[in-house]
Design a protein around this ligand. Structure first.
Ligand code: SF4
Length: 337
């Protein structure tokens, strides 16, 4: 690990000022905020991340979950994943988020990992974490070892000829279905970005993963009020039952009225270069009877545009079954509520 300067911020404004004042701020990638550190310290030890300055934000007042005036929820960026997963309003009104959080990592990691950090979780592509391999995300212009190499766990949606890495976060999939808003403090002020616009496709710049500018700090995430009379669930399919990343997952909010789908939102995890909203599947379902045949049609629509790699064609069928099964589960909950 290379040497770095360590500073501690007392406010969001100060954290952004400290990052902007760094001699290497113009390169952006050289300044990192640290909170739980569950991703950053790992990658620093591997030599994948090598910031010259680390700004500790753990003392910032961003640890609260509060109600919004519109009936939603404002989640401070430093709220730990465990605290969020077990928050009474999250378990009762946003169960898809609670289930997604509890399906990720281990209890110890969830106790440390934060909402802001989870949003910025880096890919688990093995070549990204290996300094000896070609990786456009880690070292722009060096190539992509995964395309001709081991790509079983990687993406089938949103890929480019420069990167096929999947987004590993479970929380991000649920937040996408819940249409979260990301609040950002930058050197020029505050702004809010819908999660649908927050993550970028790899294109020919896979190292640029979000709309964050160098030195920008995520301060909070807000959720709109829950859809009245809707139900939700998260289903994660993986190689083993715990402490494992998704091969395919689905986060679904479903509202059934008079036996038909009145509202639905579906996002997929483990299969996209970013959390993948399955809008075609949603369109297929709106107004249809709440039946197994409809769930199957939606599942097929959800994977229609998949582009599998040499080793991960199985993910297309897996994602399809994941969507159909999750819809069945949520519908059963709705019908028995
Ligand atoms: Fe790097 Fe992306 Fe290729 Fe993996 S898939 S080696 S992260 S460029």
């Amino acid at each position: 690990m290379q040497n770095f300067t360590f500073t501690r911020a007392g406010s969001a404004e100060q954290a952004v000022r400290l990052a902007a004042a760094s001699p290497t701020a113009q390169q952006g990638a050289q300044v990192r905020f640290i909170a739980g550190g569950t991703t950053l310290t790992d990658l620093m030890k591997l030599g994948v991340e090598h910031p010259s300055q680390v700004v500790d934000i753990n003392r910032l007042p961003l640890m609260d979950v509060t109600d919004t005036a519109e009936g939603g929820l404002r989640i401070g960026a430093l709220v730990r994943n465990s605290d969020l997963a077990w928050h009474p309003r999250v378990t009762s009104e946003y169960p898809v988020l609670s289930q997604a959080l509890l399906s990720g990592a281990s209890a110890q990691l969830r106790n440390m990992a934060t909402t802001g950090g989870n949003l910025l979780q880096r890919t688990r592509c093995m070549y990204f974490r290996d300094n000896l391999s070609a990786c456009n995300k880690r070292e722009p212009g060096s190539g992509c070892a995964a395309i001709e190499g081991t790509n079983r766990n990687l993406a089938v949606f949103g890929t480019s000829e420069h990167c096929i890495a999947s987004n590993p976060s479970d929380m991000n999939v649920a937040l996408t279905t819940l249409q979260a808003q990301i609040h950002i403090q930058g050197s020029t002020g505050e702004r809010t970005v819908p999660i649908s616009d927050f993550f970028l496709l790899p294109g020919n710049t896979p190292h640029v993963e979000t709309v964050l500018n160098p030195g920008d700090l995520i301060t909070a995430v807000t959720l709109p009020a829950p859809v009245k009379n809707a139900h939700s669930a998260y289903l994660k399919l993986r190689d083993r039952a715990s402490y494992e990343f998704a091969l395919a997952s689905a986060a679904i909010v479903l509202k059934i009225e008079d036996g038909r789908v009145a509202d639905v939102r579906i996002s997929l995890g483990g299969v996209g270069t970013k959390p993948w909203r399955a809008t075609e599947a949603e369109q297929v379902l709106l107004g249809r009877p709440a039946t197994a045949a409809s769930w199957q049609l939606a599942a097929e629509a959800a994977v229609r545009d998949a582009k599998p790699q040499s080793e991960n064609g199985f993910k297309v069928e897996l994602a399809k079954r994941c969507v159909a099964h999750c819809l069945t589960t949520v519908a059963l909950t709705a019908q028995t509520a």
